[in-house]
Design a protein around this ligand. Structure first.
Ligand code: TXA
Ligand code: MG
Length: 323
């Protein structure tokens, strides 16, 4: 972990200063509607290299570039396939990342040498204002060290990355709480490469059948799909609310606390049983359980509908880290 601490500025008032840092090749963590991103100028190979360094991220894991406006896509990459353009039109700004051909102007380090690039327009006004003020596409992975929990609050970023980041824009807790859905719509049928905050039901409604390709282990160009990912430091496994508790164990519940009151720490994601609300609290709850000093976290899977799929996907990956 890096020493020192970043400058933390309120998101609305720090835009100009943060944009100047980006233009100068620095790193700015900023809120999006999904999670906080660790941003750098996507046209600057050296700035992008700093992202990999700050996160201790393997160079084979490509970054998502962020644009201020959907209209900027054509300006950046030229012609885009019809289905890609249709999805952008329908869901941007929003938690959908699309795969396009990498234009020459984007240095290969950003895409880990792939001839494709991932791109999205975040649905968070301060993020779009920052990107617009910087005047460049902003490469930004989630602002956490590689393999660890994604940050949904500025405090998570500061605790995880410290002085490795120059400026943190604090916009409070993020709305969706889990990362964007990644879709490759260049081929005949759109393929979901990572489940995320845009439910596949919404995608299917817009474009018909979608294929979900996930859990492909060992093929690192597949997004966020390394089996071990999104993990707390505390060992986590999937379990049921009927389990007996324990003085050193924590429980992550979907809608109600477990029957046995003897757990050291309990987090309930959504008392209303709403998977979208649960997603918004997921990483925050895991960060808290991680900080509670328990020796094991037992996590209850949520209903497999809407973003519930993406929540379960992350819980399974976190659990896989500890097997
Ligand atoms: O919601 C989000 O997507 C957040 C916010 C900050 O926008 N970003 C995010 O970035 O989750 P990151 O780096 O944690 O995850 C991006 C994923 C990676 O797992 C990477 O493998 C995949 O996107 N990816 C990037 N470029 C790709 C490409 N050309 N083809 C396939 N997957 C790609
Ligand atoms: Mg990430």
């Amino acid at each position: 972990m890096s020493t020192g601490s970043p400058r933390v500025l309120p998101a609305e008032r720090g835009i100009d200063e943060a944009a100047a840092v980006l233009r100068a090749g620095g790193l700015v963590a900023f809120p999006t509607e999904t999670v906080y991103g660790l941003g750098a100028n996507a046209l600057d190979a050296r700035a992008a290299a700093r992202i990999f360094e700050a996160k201790a991220r393997p160079s084979f894991d490509p970054l998502i570039s962020h644009l201020a406006d959907a209209a900027d896509l054509a300006a950046l990459v030229g012609e885009v396939p019809t289905a890609v353009a249709a999805l952008a039109k329908r869901f941007w700004p929003g938690p959908l990342t699309l795969i396009v051909d990498r234009p020459e102007i984007i240095p290969p380090i950003v895409t880990s040498g792939l001839d494709t690039m991932a791109v999205r327009v975040p649905d968070e006004p301060s993020a779009r204002a920052l990107i617009a003020a910087a005047g460049v596409p902003v490469a930004a992975p989630s602002a956490n060290r590689f393999g660890q929990l994604s940050p949904t609050r500025a405090e998570h970023v500061v605790a995880g990355l410290g002085g490795a980041v120059d400026v943190v824009l604090d916009g409070g807790p993020t709305r969706c709480g889990i990362e964007s859905t990644i879709v490759d719509a260049r081929g005949e049928r759109p393929v979901v490469l990572r489940l995320g905050a845009l439910p596949i039901e919404a995608l299917a409604e817009a474009v018909g059948l979608v294929e979900v390709r996930q859990g492909s282990s060992g093929q690192p160009v597949a997004p966020g799909t390394l089996a071990a990912h999104y993990a707390p430091r505390t060992p986590l496994r999937l379990g049921a609310a009927a389990e007996p508790g324990g003085a050193r164990r924590g429980f992550l519940a979907f809608r109600e606390p477990p029957a046995d009151g003897d757990w050291a720490a309990v987090e309930v994601l959504s008392p209303d049983g709403d998977v979208t609300a649960a997603a918004a609290r997921l990483f925050d709850a895991l960060h808290r359980l991680d900080a509670a000093g328990v020796t094991e976290i037992v996590a209850q899977p949520v209903p497999e509908t809407g973003v519930g799929r993406a929540i379960n996907d992350r819980l399974r990956r976190a659990a896989a880290t500890w097997h």
